[in-house]
Design a protein around this ligand. Structure first.
Ligand SMILES: Cc1cc2nc3c(=O)[nH]c(=O)nc-3n(C[C@H](O)[C@H](O)[C@H](O)COP(=O)(O)OP(=O)(O)OC[C@H]3O[C@@H](n4cnc5c(N)ncnc54)[C@H](O)[C@@H]3O)c2cc1C
Length: 512
């Protein structure tokens, strides 16, 4: 049994964890251990080349979590979660959106004091990632024509640089965190860790799995972990433990450490250390459906990552932000429709209506006291009372058809493959959209921030776990609500803010 002590122990060298490890070790007097379940991404073109992202899904570097039976949705959805330094930012498509002011306002309204847009804006400016619009050479002709057709059909503005100012609607090429010259990722690990790997105070414990948090009374003292060779480790924190294992593995680790809803833990024979009913609740995601067209011939090859442009629509003028989003894929994305009997065309494109503010709320829970058993993820897709989520997808399919009928996109398209032009009624469109739904891998919210009187909050606005000491959470699990836009930048900003919160009071650097 190895027993080591550092000032800070970070569980998870993923998106937020990389930011925090990097910022804390700027001070050479501070020692930091990062316990990361996966290997390094250094010298791994399969990971570092953005356009190879699809090859990582379901592979060796994916924890690959199933969902529970979804009576109103697609029960076959698998949730990719990356097992590699940089976490999901080493695995994702790196679409980079600063959250909208209305996203932060929702957090503040839910008791996240200090997380309003004005307080959070400076953290976007601090990000070290190379965030740039999709490069001209990567702009595929059919994606350009999608942008023009959407503008023509819907009258939405064409946006060049979505992060320049807040928007309610618009169509254009995304900003990405990448290096266009060689398509290299500008992931959290590339931007925050690779330049600093030689810092003597930064200790990366790779391929090491944290399976229990250690406490002395209510104070967290460290983490129990197992290395790839089976060696057992106790990694102690003289200052704080920071859990950054992501929206699935953070609540999972807490639950296995006896922190969570008493009934669930007791029912599985796990000693209850701290009854915290919100752990694993409020499971959020951005589900989307898909409409696929066969194209009249092959599409040009150039692209940054095969889904380089998108569209935001505000159907309800009262909505604080966009209420329907689309990714445009330069590939026929038929994985789920094929299960329903559709065939993949040789050449094709997809539009994917996505729900920016889903109202359905899910839940993550354990089914076994064995830390190796995967937790159950019940997203409860399309279960909201007024059917807002399914209706958004139905509207989305109809809007997608209007865009497809508009030039200059229309002349590229041969036939609608799925759901197919004969599927037109509300009921049948809803049935198709829900059963063919997939995820864009944005689980969040399972250890949410909230005010002191909010019984379901897991962390306080300073990210400390309620009722415990010496331990914080910083990753997508702390989101009270999901931003209308893709969440990675919000996670990086959570990391930056956490690093600020950890700066010890009276730090001479701060006083200077
Ligand atoms: C395929 C895919 C595409 C996506 N596309 C986009 C996109 O284009 N834009 C966008 O904004 N968002 C996108 N996302 C979502 C975004 O990447 C995530 O929301 C974000 O990266 C989550 O960051 P995190 O810090 O919460 O968790 P992660 O980045 O997942 O970090 C968690 C880390 O903890 C480690 N870990 C977990 N448990 C343990 C343990 N017990 N012991 C040790 N280590 C552990 C993991 O190995 C991982 O490195 C995508 C996600 C995926 C998977």
């Amino acid at each position: 049994m190895s027993d080591r002590t550092y000032d800070y122990v970070i569980v998870g060298g993923g998106t937020a964890g990389s930011v925090i490890a990097s910022r804390l070790t700027e001070d050479p007097a501070v020692t930091v251990a990062v316990i990361e379940g996966g290997p390094s991404d250094v010298d791994r073109p399969d990971v570092l080349t953005l356009r190879r992202w699809m090859g990582l899904l379901g592979g060796d570097l994916d924890y690959d979590y199933p969902t529970t039976e979804q009576p109103r949705g697609n029960s076959h959805i698998r949730h990719s979660r990356a097992r590699v330094l940089g976490g999901c930012s080493s695995h994702n498509t790196l679409i980079a959106f600063k959250p909208l002011p209305s996203d932060w306002a929702e957090w503040a309204a839910m008791g996240a004091d200090g997380w309003d847009a004005a307080s959070m804006d400076p953290y976007f400016g601090k990000l070290l990632n190379n965030i740039v619009p999709v490069d001209e050479k990567d702009r595929n002709a059919i994606a350009r024509d999608f942008v023009d057709a959407a503008q023509e059909a819907l009258g939405v503005p064409k946006v060049e640089g979505f992060n320049r100012k807040p928007f309610h609607e618009g169509v254009g090429f995304f900003d990405l965190a990448y290096h266009p010259e060689d398509n290299k990722r500008s992931s959290a690990s590339v931007a925050y860790l690779h330049p600093y790997l030689d810092r003597p105070n930064l200790h990366l414990l790779l391929e090491t799995w944290a399976y229990r948090l250690e406490f002395d009374g209510v104070r967290a003292t460290g983490v129990r972990a197992r290395a790839a060779d089976g060696e057992e480790l106790v990694v102690r924190a003289s200052r704080e433990v920071v859990v950054c294992a992501g929206a699935v593995d953070t609540p999972r680790l807490l639950l296995h450490s006896g922190i969570g809803p008493r009934e669930q833990l007791a029912g599985l024979g796990i000693d209850v250390r701290h009854d915290l009913p919100g752990v694993g609740e409020n499971l959020l995601d951005h589900p989307e459906s898909v409409i696929v067209w066969e194209t009249r011939g092959p599409i040009p090859e150039n692209s940054a990552m095969d889904s380089d442009a998108g569209l935001f629509v505000r159907r309800d003028p009262e909505s604080a932000g966009p209420d329907l989003m689309f990714h445009f894929y330069q590939v026929p994305f038929t994985d789920n429709p094929e299960r329903l009997g559709y065939e993949r065309p040789a050449h094709g494109v997809s539009m994917t209506p996505n729900i920016p503010k889903p109202r359905s709320r899910g839940r993550l829970y354990l089914t076994s006291a064995d830390p190796e058993a995967k937790p159950a993820l019940d997203f409860r897709y399309f279960t909201d009372e007024d059917d807002h989520d399914a209706r958004t997808l139905v509207d989305g399919i109809r809007i997608a058809r209007r865009i497809a009928a508009a030039e200059p996109l229309a002349s590229w398209l041969g036939r609608e493959v799925c759901p197919g032009p004969d599927v037109t009624g509300d009921e049948e469109l809803s049935e198709y959209a829900r059963k063919a739904a997939h995820t864009v891998y944005h689980p969040a919210g399972t250890c949410r921030i909230g005010a002191e009187d909010d019984a379901m909050a897991v962390v306080a606005p300073d990210l400390t776990i309620r009722g415990l000491e010496g331990i914080r959470i910083a990753d997508a699990s702390v989101f009270p609500t999901i931003p209308a836009v893709n969440p990675m930048i919000a996670v990086l900003m959570v990391g930056e803010k956490c690093a600020d919160l950890l700066a010890p009071a009276g730090d001479p650097k701060e006083a200077a």
